[in-house]
Design a protein around this ligand. Structure first.
Ligand code: ATP
Ligand code: MG
Length: 437
């Protein structure tokens, strides 16, 4: 029998369309961003929450909304093979966070500030900045009714973008008021669009009955002038809603955040109220919304909880990283402090003990690992040492070890200087390796 018959070559498998592998060195950029996020969240007192990726489908039908793109056409839903439950891979995480808050009575002793980072799933047409598995960072403030938290949440985003060095990101705001105000506006919208029925596209005609507010965020260029002329929700807001909105604007300005009002910024769902906002860039084409959020005071009730105010945002991390790249903000890739060159397998035991002591002292050590066929040549080990980016090579040669020492060779400063260090002094030179002296 030929070898082919014994072991037929199997077909290669690929990742699912629109779902990406994030590989080194790219993954280091993700870690850089995630580190910034964690630091910032602790500065603002937001705590991490981790909810399941799979939730009951009903959570999103209710909590995201039946008339949204997400629920209408983007969800990965399936039936649990064992018990028939209707399940969905989370397309967003606000409903999950609110479900968890209700389930565990998180706001029993006052408001809670929470954040999450993780994968979301939407069946969309993959393109730059739009994927089927993508990562969202989100922050949610639960149990706070006042406008200062709306402002705080936006300041957080603003500071994150600043600390990343991002430029040219616009902040757009709008207010949706309260349900009764929206109702009056909805009636006016219905009348306006009904008058211009012939100008609406098929999707907008369908939405006219189900959710006319959604027509306002149509992406169809042919509808733009019609939409421009539509009645604005802002004109239907009462004093209290206007006051809430004014306070948000004043607080933002006071803290040096520039904003503009976009009357067409809407979330066509009844559980939203007051502030809605987006952080937008013109530098990422059609996928320019980096972050979107708003106040959702009606959501707790809709999900079976006690009435509790809530406000939050979600941010697409791929888009943030894309903009960082676009603007040339590339964080330095992490490199080891030290590359351990081990020319002779007989030195392995002592070398590894020393390396462990260095790592315990906080020195990043990359150890040469061979092919399993005896030690690699010094030349090839030094080549690897160079490629690793390490500042120093440690050479665990037979000569050195005979004297209970190791050679430290500078790789990056152009001097190629070498010095010997005694193994007994590992802790002392660990400190010098880290400080780079
Ligand atoms: P879009 O209008 O771009 O579809 P959206 O209104 O569906 O956005 P949200 O549900 O508000 O987006 O999600 C918050 C953020 O998550 C968006 O502003 C964007 O940065 C990011 N995002 C949404 N969908 C995707 C996706 N498919 N791929 C990558 N990022 C996404
Ligand atoms: Mg979308």
């Amino acid at each position: 029998m030929s070898e082919k018959e014994i072991a037929p070559k199997l077909e290669k498998l690929s990742a699912v369309k629109g779902m990406n592998d994030i590989l080194p060195p790219e993954s280091a950029r993700w870690e850089y961003l995630e580190d910034k996020v964690r630091t910032l969240m602790s500065l603002y007192g937001y705590r991490n929450i981790r909810t399941p990726i799979v939730e009951p489908t009903a959570l999103f039908v209710r909590g995201t909304g039946e008339t949204t793109d997400i629920v209408e056409k983007e969800m990965y839903s399936f039936e649990d093979k064992l018990n028939g439950e209707a399940l969905t891979l989370r397309p967003e995480n606000t409903p999950g966070v609110v479900r968890a808050a209700i389930e565990h009575n998180l706001t029993y002793d006052g408001g809670k500030r929470l954040y999450y980072m993780g994968p979301m799933f939407r069946h969309e047409r993959p393109q730059r900045g739009r994927y089927r598995q993508f990562y969202q960072l989100g922050a949610e403030a639960l149990g706070f009714a006042g406008p200062e938290v709306d402002a705080e949440l936006m300041l957080l985003v603003h500071q994150l973008f600043q600390s990343l060095g991002l430029r040219n990101v616009r902040v757009e705001l709008n207010s949706l008021g309260v349900p009764s105000e929206r109702q009056a506006h909805r009636a006016a919208l219905l009348a306006y669009f009904s008058e211009h029925l012939d100008q609406l596209d098929a999707e907008s005609q369908r939405r006219l009955q189900s959710n006319p507010l959604r027509i306002l965020d149509t992406k169809n260029p042919a509808l733009q002038s019609l939409v421009q002329g539509a009645p604005q929700l802002l004109q239907y807001l009462g004093d209290e809603s206007l006051r809430h909105f004014d306070t948000v604007k004043t607080l933002l300005s006071g803290c040096g955040v520039q904003w503009s009002v976009n009357p067409r910024l809407v979330r066509g769902l009844d559980y939203y109220s007051h502030t809605v906002f987006e952080f937008v860039t013109a530098e990422l084409g059609a996928q320019g919304t980096l972050c979107g959020g708003g106040r959702y005071d009606g959501l707790f009730r809709l999900l079976g909880g006690k009435p509790t105010p809530g406000v939050g945002w979600g941010m697409g991390l791929e888009r943030v990283l894309e903009l960082l790249k676009e603007q040339g903000q590339t964080p330095a890739a992490p490199v080891p402090d030290v590359y351990a060159v081990i020319p002779d397998a007989a030195a392995l035991a002592l070398a590894m003990q020393t390396i462990q002591a260095l790592r315990a002292a906080g020195v990043a050590v990359q150890m040469h690992a061979g092919s399993g066929e005896g030690a690699s040549s010094m030349k090839s080990q030094f080549k690897r040492a160079d490629a690793s980016g390490a500042r120093y090579a440690l050479v665990f040669g037979a000569d050195e070890l005979a004297q209970n020492a190791v050679t430290v060779k500078a790789l990056r400063d152009g001097t190629a200087t070498q010095r010997r260090e005694s193994l007994a002094d590992v802790a002392a030179w660990a400190a010098t390796l880290q400080s780079g002296t």
